[in-house]
Every structure is written in structure tokens, then in C-alpha cells.
Design a protein around this ligand. Structure first.
Ligand code: PMP
Ligand code: GLN
Length: 395
């Protein structure tokens, strides 16, 4: 077996599957360990898929994606000020597939790709599968894990080929602001780098706004934008995403898609087109629900002496600093599941700079996530007091 596919990151969700197994066995578990919306896909999107299937959409679809859908996706970028047409878009089986395919089309063995760390769990495996190297650029918890362009610049070498950025960010919920994007764009232009921009949480913003870096001067020809309907439309299981970029890259991706994917399902593309051209009211309701959950968690943890939440301006996740407990983030997550029936992910699964943090997903309703947060804080305080009692007890 090739060691280009080595399963990096695969263990991150072990605790999540443990939580699901306990839930299936009848235990009362609050699952805050995965970024999968708890909402059902809005009805009109489901109806559109069913109608399309009944209408006979059971055949191969265009490998690059149906023109109607690519046009709808392109229109979304045009609304953001980009000159984008259907020739700049390829439909992929989710953002994950888009990321993988884009990396295959851009990178060669020996290339370096700068990735702020912590970062989404699959990035390492995506890059390694190309033979390129992932170069981690640490983000600092003390700075709320905000991106520092100077740290990016310091990591650039003659082998650097691309930056892989994710805003809003998984796992921290941070948003790259306009000034930082300008600085990043300047780096890309000066060092002739590709910018791979993973924007799957772009519709889930509570404060601030999403900026697509491809809209900045000189960036359209070097930006590869990845997105999907997974989070914004509660459609993780439909596997519908896309890549937007320069037409030659999209042509290259189409060649890869022909030998890899052979096009996404026709009826799902019809439903995606409905989702984008007739946005259901539920989209705003879901965003407001996530906002309410974020606020509920922050409020529940505000008074804690043992943990500190970093209030995220966007996304579906929230990082909690558990360093005062003295436990590693994995030990904290393991004990929280075993003793309190609450599953969260260890920050370390996303990179060493998130050691001492755990990630909570905002994927259960506000009251329940707030109650779980209060129990998490009480658990952390208990660990803390056991720890301070420990040495005295021994002496
Ligand atoms: N990028 C990030 C940052 C993610 O969090 C995820 C999934 N949670 C993906 C990409 C993949 O999304 P999709 O379901 O569209 O493949
Ligand atoms: N991206 C989601 C997360 O970060 C889940 C994806 C998955 O389950 N593989 O939790």
C-alpha cells in the first residue's frame, strides 16, 4: 500500500464514534463532537430532488456539473463582485472532494503548502496524498487563534507553492478580516503563490462579514475557492460542493473528475440549484439558531474559574481553554465523555497549538448545549480542585 495515503487525522473522531456507540446503546449522551448540522435539509430542496428523480434524472450528468447549477454558483460570486461564469466552476462531491481534487491539480511532490494550525483535520492527508508537504504555521490561543500574516510570511521558502486558508475557521470560528486578507493577497502576489480558500462556513457569520479573497486585485488568477452546501443548507449527506477558480484550472479539474468522479448525481445537482436560486427561509433560521447556541455556551461558561470560551464570530464551533484543569485536551475529552456523557473533540486533533483546548460543536439546541456547558464547567472545576487537593493530601 502506498504511504501517500497514511490516514493522517483519522483518529480525531474516535471519541465521536465512541459517543455515538454509547448513545445507540441507550445512554443519554450530548454529542458536541462533530460539525454536522442537527437540522434536516429544508423541505423545498428535498422536494426538488424528489421531483427531479421522478422526472427521470437517473443518468450520468455533465462531468463538470450541470450548467444551470454552475451558473447559479457563479451568480453567487458575481454578487460578491467577482467576474465569474460557469466556466470557472466545477461541481464536486462535497468540499472535501473539491479540496482533494484541487490539491491533486495544483501540487507536485516536494511543494510546500502553508497551513495555519490548528486546522481542519483532513488537510494533512489531502496534501500528503499529492506528495506535497504541509508546513504548519502556528496560531496562538492568546490571540484567539487569529491569523497573523507576518507568521505566514516567515514560513515562505522557495518551495512554497500555496497557502491553504479557511475562514470562517474550523475549529476556532475565527474570521479573516479585510485588512488581513489584503496582507495575505500581497504575500501571494509577491511570492507567486496559489491561495486555496476553504469557505464552507461562509454563510454562518454572526459578527463581521465574509470576504472572498479571489475578489482582491490580482487574486482571481491565483485563487481556488472551495465551498459546499453541507453546512449552510444542512446538506452534509448530499455530498454537494464545488471549486471555483481560473478556467484552465477548472479544465484540469474536469480531466481529473472524468477519471475519478464522473459527475455528481443529476437529481442532487437539481436540488442544489433550487437551494441556490430559491433560498429557503430556513437558512436564516438555522443561522440564528447557531448564533443563539453560541451565545448560550458563552453565557454558561462566562463565570467559570476553570475554563474560558473563545467567543467565535462565525462558524459552528467554539474553542474552550481547559488548561487550568491541568489535563491534556484528550484526557479532558475522554473523562468528560466517561463521567458526564458529553462528547467534544480534543484541540490537539487539529494541531499542537490547540493543546489545552477542546472543540464544542453547536449542533444541539440551545438549552441542551447550555446545560452541557454548565456541566463541562462544573467538571473542570472538580478536576481543578482534585488537583489542588492532591499534593496536600499526599503531604
Ligand atoms: N472544510 C472544512 C473546514 C470542514 O469543516 C469540512 C467539513 N466539516 C469540510 C471542508 C468538508 O465539507 P463537505 O461536507 O462539503 O465535504
Ligand atoms: N467537518 C466536520 C467536523 O469538523 C465533520 C466531518 C466528518 O465527520 N468527517 O467535525
Amino acid at each position: 500500500l502506498t504511504n501517500r495515503i497514511a490516514g493522517e487525522g483519522a483518529a480525531a473522531w474516535d471519541i465521536h464514534y465512541r459517543a455515538l456507540a454509547r448513545q445507540a446503546a441507550g445512554d443519554d449522551i450530548t454529542v458536541l463532537s462533530v460539525g454536522d448540522p442537527d437540522f434536516t435539509t429544508p423541505g423545498p430542496i428535498i422536494e426538488s430532488a424528489v421531483a427531479s428523480l421522478r422526472g427521470g434524472a437517473t443518468h450520468y450528468a455533465d462531468v463538470q456539473g450541470k450548467l444551470s447549477l454552475r451558473q447559479a454558483i457563479a451568480d453567487g460570486y458575481r454578487d460578491q463582485g467577482l467576474e465569474v461564469g460557469p466556466e470557472h466552476v466545477i461541481v464536486m462531491a462535497g468540499a472535501q472532494c473539491g479540496l482533494y481534487a484541487a490539491a491533486q491539480c495544483l501540487l507536485d511532490p516536494g511543494d510546500e503548502v502553508l497551513v495555519p494550525e490548528p486546522s481542519y483535520v483532513t488537510y494533512e492527508a489531502v496534501l500528503r496524498a499529492t506528495g506535497a508537504e504541509l508546513v504548519q504555521v502556528p496560531l496562538r490561543g492568546e490571540a484567539d487563534f487569529r491569523l497573523d500574516p507576518a507568521a505566514l510570511e516567515a514560513a515562505i521558502t522557495p518551495r512554497t507553492r500555496a497557502l491553504l486558508l479557511n475562514s470562517p475557521h474550523n475549529p476556532t470560528g475565527q474570521l479573516i478580516d479585510a485588512e488581513t486578507w489584503e496582507a495575505v493577497a500581497e504575500l501571494c502576489r509577491r511570492h507567486d503563490l496559489w491561495l486555496i480558500s476553504d469557505e464552507v462556513y461562509a454563510e454562518l457569520i454572526y459578527e463581521g462579514e465574509h470576504l472572498c479573497p479571489a475578489a482582491l486585485p490580482g487574486m482571481a488568477e491565483r485563487s481556488v475557492v472551495i465551498n459546499s452546501l453541507s453546512k449552510s443548507h444542512a446538506m452534509t449527506g448530499w455530498r454537494l460542493g464545488w471549486v471555483m477558480g481560473p478556467a484552465p484550472l477548472i479544465g484540469h479539474l474536469s480531466h481529473l473528475a472524468l477519471c475519478m468522479l464522473y459527475g455528481c448525481p443529476d437529481f442532487i445537482q437539481d436540488a442544489a440549484c433550487t437551494a441556490l436560486t430559491a433560498p429557503p427561509a430556513e437558512l436564516d433560521e438555522m443561522r440564528e439558531a447557531y448564533r443563539g447556541r453560541r451565545d448560550a455556551v458563552c453565557e454558561a461558561l462566562a463565570e467559570s474559574s476553570a475554563v474560558t470560551a473563545i467567543r467565535p464570530p462565525a462558524g459552528m464551533f467554539l474553542m474552550v481553554d481547559i488548561r487550568a484543569t491541568g489535563l491534556s485536551s484528550q484526557a479532558f475529552a475522554d473523562r468528560l465523555l466517561d463521567e458526564e456523557g458529553i462528547s467534544v473533540l480534543s484541540g490537539e486533533a487539529f494541531g499542537p497549538s490547540a493543546a489545552g483546548f477542546v472543540r464544542l460543536s453547536l449542533t444541539v439546541e440551545a438549552e441542551r448545549v447550555a446545560a452541557a456547558s454548565r456541566r463541562l464547567a462544573a467538571f473542570a472545576e472538580r478536576v481543578q480542585s482534585e488537583r489542588s487537593a492532591g499534593p496536600r493530601a499526599a503531604s
